[in-house]
Design a protein around this ligand. Structure first.
Ligand SMILES: *Cc1c(COP(=O)(O)O)cnc(C)c1O
Length: 415
């Protein structure tokens, strides 16, 4: 029975791969043999372009050009240049995105600056189920500015906002990092604006895989990660978006010399630079930006809407394969396309050991507390055949109760 199921699914996988062949960028990435990599939402895979760009930045630029590289290789303007490339991917205009700090620091700048745009209001909303750093940062800003933090899901936030006039801003993730649920950015932003509040979005799990449409959705601020789906490499700089209408009033809570109008005048007075440059802080992480800039070339010639279609097809097919193979784990991720990011999360009481058993078979995903097997589908380098292989391995791990093996139970520092 199930062998027939696999044969039928394999035919369907090949047909879907042909249907989505224009968004296949597998050849641009350097994945090890025998690995199905379902963790591109935690650390995107290495691309040849990222490796070459990094080597060039180290050997030629740093090694040969030395300090001249700030001008000759345009290191100084890299935060804005790479920001503009990311702006295209998230539906934002040129001159509104900058890279350079971590997501945590970028979010701090965004939430702090947003809060100060509505000085007469006292309440900030965020999701208790957000990635913890987002909750910590938002709470920290509230404590520093004397504001009240209310922890509400996006759905509860919409109800809370109706008829209210005390909310400064809401800070929400577009995709829930644990369940993969995609929230309606435009609808929540509209609810916020109707109540006179501002919207700050975290795009860590949507940039590069969802057609984000920041401008069309009316977002005021946004941040996102460089090392997840964008494949910028470990610790890659994050990005920060400020809507054009807020740029003039944006006050950077960290007044550094890189955000100064004339940094090399070395003046003790701080005059903020025009535009998104005022969101910069200190000397940018040049090598990290070089890797990210190389990685982003994987998107050259692609429309994010097509990448999104491929992503939805991969995750839908994976769930369909699990159903056909009789894998009965509860799926935490919404099955409706409009509510799903680019991952499939499954619940299992021994989720950690299930993930370890999958990794032993070459299927790399990750575990998230308390009981989530999280499988991310980075569309540029995964095929429907990969999705099927992962589903078959998962069935075999469960049928063979491989998660009960002692070697799969002990936890490393990073899960
Ligand atoms: C990955 C992720 C982060 C990571 O923040 P860092 O500053 O890079 O450690 C933050 N927020 C969300 C929602 C994430 O998914």
């Amino acid at each position: 029975m199930s062998d027939t199921a696999v044969t039928t699914l394999a035919q369907r996988a090949r047909a879907l791969d042909v249907e989505h062949s224009t968004t296949d960028r597998r050849g641009a990435f350097e994945l090890p043999e025998g690995v199905v990599y379902l963790d591109g939402n935690s650390l995107g895979a290495l691309s040849t372009a990222a490796r070459v760009a990094t080597a060039d930045a180290v050997s030629r630029q740093w090694g040969q050009q030395l300090i001249r590289a700030w001008n000759e290789s345009a290191w100084w303007s890299a935060p804005e240049r790479v920001g503009d490339r990311i702006a295209e991917l998230v539906g934002a205009p040129v001159g509104t995105v900058v890279v350079g700090d971590s997501t945590t620091v970028s979010l701090y700048k965004a939430v702090h600056a947003a809060a100060r745009l509505r000085p007469d209001r006292r309440v900030v909303l965020t999701d208790p189920d957000s990635f913890p750093t987002d909750v910590h940062v938002t709470r920290g800003v509230c404590e520093q500015l004397g504001l009240t933090l209310e922890l509400l899901s996006p759905t509860e936030a919409v109800a809370r906002l109706r008829g209210s006039d005390d909310v400064v801003l809401a800070s929400y993730s577009q995709v829930d990092y644990r369940t993969g649920e995609l929230w309606d950015l435009a609808a929540l932003t509209t609810a916020l604006h109707d109540a006179g509040a501002l919207a700050c979005w975290d795009l860590c799990h949507s940039a590069g895989v969802v057609d984000v449409a920041l401008t069309a959705g009316g977002a005021d601020f946004a941040v996102g990660c460089g090392y997840k789906y964008l494949s910028g490499g470990p610790g890659a700089p994050a990005f920060l978006f400020v809507a054009p209408e807020h740029l003039d009033a944006f006050v950077n809570p960290i007044l550094g010399w890189n955000g100064h109008a004339t940094p090399f005048a070395m003046s003790p007075d701080h005059t903020p630079a025009d535009g998104i440059t005022r969101a910069r802080v200190g000397t940018p992480p040049v090598l990290g930006i070089a890797a990210l800039e190389g990685a982003l070339t994987a998107y050259d010639g692609l429309d994010v809407a097509d990448v999104r279609r491929r992503s939805l097809s991969l995750t839908a097919f994976f769930v369909e394969a699990l159903d056909a193979l009789g894998v009965e784990l509860p799926v935490a991720t919404p099955r409706e396309d409009a509510r799903r990011g680019s991952q499939v999360s499954l619940r299992h009481p021994e989720a950690y050991a299930v993930v370890q058993a999958l990794i032993a078979r070459g299927v790399i995903g990750d575990f998230r507390e308390p009981n989530i097997v999280r499988l991310g589908f980075a569309p540029l380098y995964l095929s429907h055949e990969d999705a099927l292989a992962a589903a078959v391995h998962l069935r075999d791990v469960l049928d063979g109760r491989e998660f009960e093996r002692p070697e799969h139970l002990s936890r490393a520092a990073v899960t």
